[in-house]
Design a binder for this molecule. Structure first.
Ligand code: HEM
Length: 412
């Protein structure tokens, strides 16, 4: 239905020949053309309208009654089950208010970031040092285990190995970004979804029993408890916890992993920036923000028109899928000065790498900590670290875009 209606309203041209493979390879030239020539653009290969300018995406994000997150069909709901990312306010607000505190400075994430995070990073770096390797792939050997381990620790799932968490993340992400409906990717997603349920159901039963016992003793509150215990204490059902933990495993590992790679690459590729951070370490936070803005690991937010409407002069039919392209709005020339530059003194407000509206990233505080402390620890441990000139960074993807390999030389 959505496809037939979308075809009827379709007037654009730019999206006609655009393929997912082209976007995965290098989306920026296509997005720049869309911003200049057709900022709301129908893209037949993915059956979505791409919205590429800041003000228009902000409008989409500000109007969930017109652009719902409960899309039909939804790769996300198929892969994860109903999660907060497929609910609109006000239904969304209850579950977010239960889950958000654990990912803020005052919750489990804050405790983790105070000392455990650097310790975990050091433990992973020890293994690289002990291997005696003078060159290594940062993504596989450091960014993946640190990102997976951080989320596992905060959730209270650290009895699962780094590798297990990472495999689950990859299985879910394969299906969530399955825009072309590949049945093989869907099978991987289904298998992963079932595996996570099997692992979590008995774990939740045990956690419920222990939190109930503690509550009987006067209630422990949320301080000192894992995030999953805090969700139980907050009144989340087991189904809500399992589906949203799947969402966290898919987004809360892959993105920090890519972010660690991108921040490390930027500092190693730009000696001027590295020098500035050495003399002004307080600028590291700004660097992380600029890297997230420029490289924007999550490419889009997908919503669905709840009625026939118009956006930036383009008619969009009820039921059409609308993709707010976060990467593009982070480069929007009408919103940013020198958008393709990393500017540590930029004063132009927040970027959109964590999205803008009701679904703004739940784990942004934790994500920032993992990127910042992760890269600081890496460079403190390997001060002579350089990029390996023989093996340049490999970056790919559109929905999730980041380095798949980043080879470094320890210089030792
Ligand atoms: C650099 C790291 C990260 C980036 C760039 C990132 C990016 C994003 C973006 C763009 C969204 C909005 C998606 C949409 O509206 O369709 C989002 C939502 C979300 N993120 Fe993150 N994320 C990161 C880290 C994390 C971490 C560490 C967690 C751990 C819990 C997490 C959990 C979530 C959840 C649960 C949502 C859904 C929120 C909702 O629907 O209300 N993210 N993230």
């Amino acid at each position: 239905m959505a496809q037939r209606l979308a075809a009827r309203y379709y007037l654009g041209m730019l999206g006609d020949t655009l393929t997912l493979a082209q976007l995965n390879d290098d989306p920026d030239p296509y997005l720049a053309r869309m911003r200049a020539e057709e900022p709301v653009c129908w893209v037949p290969s993915v059956q979505m309208y791409f919205v590429t300018k800041w003000d228009d995406v902000a409008y989409v994000e500000d109007h969930p009654e017109l652009f719902t997150a409960a899309t039909e069909p939804s790769f996300l709901a198929r892969t994860l089950g109903e999660s907060m990312l497929t609910l609109d306010p006000p239904k969304l607000d209850r579950i977010r208010s239960i889950m958000l505190p654990s990912f803020k400075a005052g919750g489990r994430s804050g405790e983790f970031a105070k000392g455990e995070l650097r310790k975990m990073a050091d433990g992973i770096l020890d293994m690289i040092v002990e291997s005696g390797d003078s060159s290594f792939d940062l993504i596989e050997r450091y960014a993946q285990p640190l990102a997976a381990g951080s989320l596992a620790k905060v959730l209270g799932l650290d009895h699962h190995s780094f590798d297990q968490m990472w495999d689950w993340c990859c299985g879910l992400v394969a299906d969530i970004s399955n825009f072309e409906d590949d049945p093989e990717l869907q099978a991987i997603g289904d298998k992963t979804k079932a595996e996570i349920s099997e692992a979590l159901e008995p774990f939740l039963a045990k956690s419920r029993a222990s939190t109930a016992a503690l509550e009987g003793e006067g209630g422990p509150g949320q301080v000192g408890r894992s995030a999953i215990d805090a969700f139980i204490l907050g009144g989340a059902t087991s189904e809500e916890i399992i589906n949203n933990v799947r969402l966290m495993i898919s987004g809360g590992i892959n993105e920090p992993c890519e972010g660690i790679g991108l921040v490390a690459f930027t500092l190693l590729d730009r000696p001027d920036l590295r020098k500035r951070i050495q003399t002004e370490p307080q600028k590291m936070g700004r660097l992380v923000e600029e890297v997230l803005r420029l490289h924007c690991p999550v490419g889009t937010v997908t919503r669905q028109a709840t009625q026939d409407l118009e956006l930036a002069g383009v008619a969009i039919p009820k039921g059409a899928l609308v993709s707010g392209v976060l990467r593009s709005i982070n480069h929007d020339e009408s919103h940013w000065d020198n958008p393709m530059e990393i500017d540590l003194d930029r004063r132009q407000g927040p970027h959109a790498a964590f999205a803008l509206g009701a679904h703004r990233c739940l784990g942004e505080w934790l994500g920032r900590q993992v990127l910042r402390q992760g890269v600081e620890q890496l460079l403190a441990r390997f001060p002579m670290l350089t990029l390996d000139p023989e093996r340049p960074m490999i970056v790919s993807g559109f929905e999730f875009r980041g380095p798949t390999e980043l080879w470094l030389l320890t210089g030792e």
